[in-house]
Design a binder for this molecule. Structure first.
Ligand SMILES: [Ca+2]
Ligand SMILES: [Ca+2]
Ligand SMILES: [Ca+2]
Length: 400
């Protein structure tokens, strides 16, 4: 890199600029051809977003089309394709009662280095409290957040991914892909979990379903990171219901007196560590330890004695089918959640068109680069313990 001559680089840019200016001037002077708003052609790899932003007055009306299909009416065009092919591009600009037509083409190439359709990086792993915390992935003495993120990455990256737990409400993981997953017609990507049906023992579409909220980010500013203003929530089937609480927040406490009274006993059960929680709705309770998992339920690599997680909470989905506490089943919600239906079920596939902004308004994204999943309910289902989303991978449905 040290051999690059900065003067040469600047010269290359300047000559490009001069050529572009000259050609525009010629066309204006000619009096018949409009100023070239578009280049002759544009080149992009498949599964990458090309942005074309012609310099144009904001009161113009634009119609972008490929063949006879209108693809956008925005002032600038975000174009992405999963196919290596050439698209004829037409831009019509209506301004002051006159329409001017420009043509160009977009050449979509196959990438030089083959993409992975699976998760390629894990950016954050911040679980809530839960019965599989410190086990999936395993915590070993001395592990810090960085080490646990490395372990989470080993769980989720690539084809042979496996289930990682998010614990109770709000626990989350953030991951990304080495390409942009385009928003095609219908569902675009799958989030894998470990949900399964209850084998005919419960009502239809019930079983081990532990829904997680899915958020998506399009890396609009192309800095390789999901910035705060790039995140959108996938509005699943429960999003607009009254039973859903937006901006729910829960705080988990790691403290020595995390114990609850044992039924029928005057004494405190001091030998079992439960984790106290309180939410911003005035409720509190314990994430109770069960006999199957006896390790700490509080993430042992967290140095703080309490922490708060927040997001959209949907209604509890587990019911005591037996009525006596012996058989609990989770109802699968219709669409738009992680770990909410088996991996071969259509309900584990997500449509980017379901993304909404903070006010619940649908947004149009060309595609997504990052996904965040967090546990969507705050429920204890008897002896099953807390309901916690597991994420076991994800992939682009259109990358073959
Ligand atoms: Ca779609
Ligand atoms: Ca970004
Ligand atoms: Ca699960």
């Amino acid at each position: 890199m040290k051999n690059i001559n900065p003067k040469l680089a600047i010269y290359a840019l300047l000559s490009l600029g001069i050529i572009a200016c000259k050609s525009e001037r010629d066309e204006v002077d000619g009096g018949t051809t409009p100023i070239a708003l578009l280049k002759d052609s544009y080149t992009i790899d498949r599964f990458k977003v090309l942005n074309i932003a012609p310099e144009i007055s904001a009161n113009s009306k634009l119609i972008w089309s490929v063949n006879d299909s209108v693809i956008s009416n925005n002032l600038d065009l975000d174009f992405i394709s999963p196919y290596a092919k050439t698209y004829p591009l037409t831009l019509k600009v209506e301004s002051n009662g006159t329409t001017t037509t420009y043509t160009s083409k977009i050449i979509v190439n196959k990438e030089n280095t083959a993409y992975s359709k699976y998760i390629s990086k894990v950016l954050e792993y911040q679980p809530a409290v839960g019965q599989f915390i410190n086990k999936l992935p395993i915590f070993e003495t001395g592990d810090n957040s960085e080490k646990m993120l490395t372990k989470a990455s080993e769980y989720l990256i690539g084809e042979n991914s496996k289930a990682l737990t998010l614990g109770g409400f709000g626990g989350y993981v953030v991951f990304g892909f080495d390409h942009t997953i385009p928003n095609m017609n219908g569902r675009d990507f799958k989030v894998l979990g470990n949900a399964f049906w209850a084998n005919g023992t419960g009502p239809e579409r019930t079983g081990n379903c532990e829904p997680g909220i899915i958020m998506v980010a399009y890396d609009k500013n192309k800095n390789g990171k999901p910035d705060a203003d790039e995140w959108y929530e996938i509005a699943g089937s429960e999003y607009f219901k009254d039973s859903t609480i937006k901006d729910y927040a829960i705080t988990y406490h790691k403290q020595a007196d995390n114990h609850i009274p044992v039924k029928g006993s005057a004494s405190w059960q001091l030998d079992i560590e439960h984790v106290k929680w309180e939410d911003n709705q005035g409720n509190s309770g314990f994430k109770t330890k069960n006999s199957f998992n006896t390790q700490s339920y509080y993430p042992l690599w967290f140095s703080n004695v309490s922490y708060t997680l927040s997001g959209t909470k949907i209604a509890d989905n587990y019911i005591d089918q037996s009525g006596t506490g012996t058989f609990w089943v989770g109802k699968s919600y219709a669409f738009g959640y992680a770990d909410n239906a088996p991996n071969n079920d259509e309900a584990s596939n997500i449509d980017i068109s379901w993304a909404v902004d903070k006010n619940g308004k649908y947004v149009t994204l060309p595609g997504i680069d990052f996904v965040k999943v967090y546990t969507a309910t705050n429920q204890e289902a008897g002896w099953l313990g807390e309901i916690s989303t597991e994420v076991a991978g994800a992939y682009n449905l259109f990358l073959k």
